[in-house]
Design a protein around this ligand. Structure first.
Ligand SMILES: *Cc1c(COP(=O)(O)O)cnc(C)c1O
Length: 440
């Protein structure tokens, strides 16, 4: 088994006696790569440093939120300033209005929005709202799409397209899971068959706008349009889960790139600037079903707290700005354009390297999100993702970590580039990749 430095090992041993598995979120336990995690002491820009003093170029960015890199001054200063006036009031504050204004301005399909504290809360609330609005119970999700850990959404594929979902976790009542139908992704026939049979019972389809929690998978041409037209036809709602892609792939996320207008959208990660935030929004007539105006209950003690709102706003403004203070030396550009530039640089170099070395691969990338698969089969859905060479991935992961490159400790996770990364970081990364590949 691969192991991190001594202080990390000590902390993990103690953590395991106090916290289930030693972690507060399962993927952090490094079980998918067969080893133990390192503990982080601090992080800055594109680098994180572990408690044993080893530094890594980080391609996770806290699993998505840290799009400006770690500890950007714009956010740390904002948090310091705002906190002096109070951390949470539990009564409206001006930052909430400004956050809502920003989301509504940037995402055309969102007419009204409600803030919450995580992506899980956002998707959980959005499906309750869809059920309340349509007065129907069934939710459709896709195999391999992750929407957080609420009961109704922790459901894996059943045996066939029309079967009810089986709970994906102990503790989820079968009766809940039965209200969620799981379909294979990128399969129009399965979708049409289901709606023909049960379309009138379906409250909503929820989909990761680009599925990125079981590898990174793209919709086939026309697939997202089909989701949109079929929900309209049967009076169901379309919910885009943009918790990962929202405010990362442009001002309006995937729906902006694909020119689509879902009924509801869920956000998280980037909008919190590294603090715990989620949001869901969409059509005003649907959103107005929420308490206190409508009958669908949803609430949160810390929802919309000034610290998280201000941190998120600072991040969004910085992303949108013509020149970022994260890298004042960078050429003038909008943050999203710059992220695409960095992503393309990495993409080109990585493809060249893998081809040169004769490593079978698929590289899926959009903007600053990427996922490398050690396989030569086309990646259409989660079953393709599962068929890659996992043993090769593990060796690659540990080889890179050893040499100071931190990739996700799981072959099913998407990598992230931040505005703090440089072309030089990526070239260094590719040099390490070449060395590691030579040793496998
Ligand atoms: C991360 C994620 C979630 C869950 O968000 P949390 O803040 O971890 O609860 C939901 N949907 C998608 C697409 C995600 O990537």
């Amino acid at each position: 088994m691969q192991q991190p430095g001594m202080l990390s090992r000590k902390l993990f041993a103690m953590a395991k006696t106090l916290i289930p598995g030693g972690v507060n979120s399962p993927v952090r336990a490094f079980r998918n790569v067969g080893g133990e995690p390192f503990f982080v002491r601090k992080a800055h820009g594109s680098r994180i440093e572990d408690v044993d003093g080893k530094t890594y170029i980080d391609y996770i960015g806290s699993w998505g939120p840290n799009i400006l890199g770690h500890a950007p001054v714009v956010i740390t200063n904002t948090i310091h300033e705002v906190a002096k006036s109070g951390i949470s009031f539990g009564i409206p504050n001006p930052f909430e209005v400004e956050m809502a204004r920003t989301i509504v301005d940037w995402v055309p399909s969102v007419e009204k929005v409600r803030m919450c504290n995580s992506g899980t809360e956002a998707t959980m609330s959005a499906i309750r709202l869809a059920r309340g609005f349509t007065k129907r119970d069934l939710i459709v999700k896709f195999d391999g799409c992750y929407h957080g850990h609420s009961d109704s959404l922790l459901v894996a594929a059943g045996s066939g397209a029309l079967t009810h979902g089986e709970p994906d976790s102990a503790g989820v009542p079968k009766a809940f899971a039965e209200q969620t139908i799981v379909l294979p992704y990128n399969n129009p026939e399965a979708l049409e068959k289901l709606f023909t049979a049960r379309g009138e019972e379906i409250a909503a389809i929820i989909v990761e706008s680009y599925p990125a929690n079981a590898g990174l998978v793209f919709p086939k041409p026309g697939y997202l349009d089909l989701l949109s037209s079929i929900t309209k036809k049967y009076g169901a709602l379309l919910i885009f889960d943009e918790v990962m892609t929202g405010f990362r792939l442009g001002r309006a996320g995937v729906q902006g790139l694909e020119h689509l207008s879902p009924d509801l959208s869920c956000f998280g990660k980037v909008i919190g600037g590294g603090l715990p935030v989620g949001a869901f929004g969409g059509r005003a007539d649907v959103m107005d079903m929420l308490a206190p105006v409508g009958p669908v209950y949803q609430a949160g003690t810390l929802s919309g707290n000034p610290l998280a709102m201000a941190a998120g706003l600072a991040q969004l403004r910085e992303l949108d700005g013509a020149r970022t203070s994260v890298r004042p030396d960078a050429p003038v550009h909008n943050g999203f354009t710059r992220l695409e530039q960095l992503g393309a640089h990495f993409d080109t170099g990585l493809r060249r390297l893998l081809t040169e070395k004769g490593v079978p691969h698929r590289l899926n990338r959009v903007g600053s999100m990427f996922c490398l698969f050690f396989t030569d089969r086309e990646i259409v859905n989660v079953s393709d993702v599962m068929k890659q060479d996992l043993d090769f991935f593990r060796k690659f992961f540990w080889g890179c970590l050893e040499k100071g490159i931190y990739l996700a400790p799981s072959p099913y996770e998407t990598g992230f580039i931040s505005l703090a990364h440089t072309e030089a970081d990526m070239d260094d990364t590719l040099t390490v990749f070449a060395e590691v590949l030579a040793g496998i």
